[in-house]
Design a protein around this ligand. Sequence first.
Ligand code: FE2
Length: 137
Amino acid sequence: MSIIQWQSTFELNIKEFDDHHKHLVDLLNSLHDSILSKSCKEKLGVIIGELIDYSVYHFTAEERWMEEHKYPGFPQHRDEHIAFTRKVSQFQKDFNSGKVELTLDVLTFLMDWLIEHILGSDANFGNFARRLSHNDH
Ligand SMILES: [Fe+2]
């Protein structure tokens, strides 16, 4: 069962990043499935690892774009990425050492962060990209 449905309001109209965001939504949905079906710790650990690796890959791609296009909101945007990556990496450590469990609350945090980030900060740079491409023509 999906916990997040892809919505057109998530679209930045930058295909590369929309595809990345769709993949992140898929990963959160599979995490949700795995929690509901009470998957073993190893399986959950693998998805958490994938989520972190893919987020880092995606954030790096966004940040490269922002730097190349001299996006004024770049430092702030990067800080949001850093804060998220730190938080999830800390969670991963605690999860692996058995200190914490992966609960629906954790998933809700991840989901809320992603949606808020896409609709807020990412949408802002999507608008910037749109203005940029209008000015080019
Ligand atoms: Fe972002």
